[in-house]
Ligand binder design. Structure first.
Ligand code: HEM
Length: 230
């Protein structure tokens, strides 16, 4: 087995066993990249972030949700359904994991891909609860407000640390996943093509991490005036 292939769990041929991998790239991975990007609107303040990132208009009278409920449901289906399928697929592959005997870099990425998967399980659950489920129960817009998110990012250290680590884990998992998926699906079969995909994966990781941490920094900077209650 090549060193590249040893960084993943062998996949049986056929479409269904590969479905969890395909969905993780698109729509899930594409949506994650877009989601990190749109949160950069934090640098332009409350109104820009709320309108662009969460479909909410901020006026002197207050906030109103302006998104089409049908399109919101569709987005949820496009994101949450593939996520659930990928998690089921990933949990099965986690149960088959065993450290490979290859060089440090390959082995480290194999272990980090699985550790980041476990971290992502906790991070995504907490993030979805705080950003959608909790506000869905208590707020008229159904979304966590800018003041709340930015204020916690600035004045509540655990929130800042969790978002920094969550974005680090997500971007590593996605960028390294693009690399492993490329040879699982036969896109990078030769050693030369695998080296090229490795470079693409590292570049993707650096760009996504820059965008994601840039968004966290934007929220941190904007959060100074919003001191959370209690
Ligand atoms: C933001 C959400 C996520 C995205 C965008 C994502 C993306 C990816 C991608 C692109 C791959 C590579 C697929 C391949 O090698 O064919 C992958 C692999 C993997 N994912 Fe995820 N993932 C996410 C969340 C999760 C979660 C929550 C888990 C928890 C079970 C998980 C478990 C795994 C595992 C175990 C692998 C390695 C499979 C292997 O190489 O054998 N992922 N992920």
């Amino acid at each position: 087995m090549s060193e590249a292939l040893a960084q993943t769990t062998p996949t049986r041929g056929g479409f269904l066993p590969r479905l969890g991998s395909v969905l993780a790239i698109a729509p899930l991975g594409v949506w994650v990249a877009w989601h990190l990007w749109e949160n950069l609107y934090a640098w332009r303040g409350d109104a820009a972030w709320s309108e662009r990132a969460v479909d909410t208009v901020v006026t002197a009278e207050g906030r109103a949700y302006v998104g089409n409920p049908l399109s919101a449901a569709l987005v949820s289906a496009v994101v949450f359904a593939p996520l659930l399928i990928h998690v089921a697929w990933g949990l099965r592959r986690l149960s088959m994991a065993k450290p490979n005997g290859y060089r440090f870099f390959g082995n480290a990425k194999y272990v980090l891909q699985r550790l980041s998967a476990l971290g992502l399980l906790g991070f995504i659950a907490a993030h979805v609860y705080l950003a959608r489920i909790g506000p869905g129960l208590h707020s008229p817009t159904g979304h966590e407000s800018f003041e709340d998110l930015a204020g916690h990012m600035r004045h509540h250290l655990p929130t800042l640390v969790v978002y920094l680590l969550g974005v680090l884990g997500t971007t590593f998992h996605l960028a390294n996943g693009v690399y492993t998926a490329s040879f699982i699906h036969g896109i990078a079969a030769s050693p030369r093509a695998q080296r090229r995909m490795q470079a693409v994966s590292v570049a993707l990781f650096v760009v996504l991490l820059g965008v994601g941490w840039g968004a966290v920094a934007g929220l941190y900077v904007a959060g100074a005036p919003y001191i959370p209650p209690g």
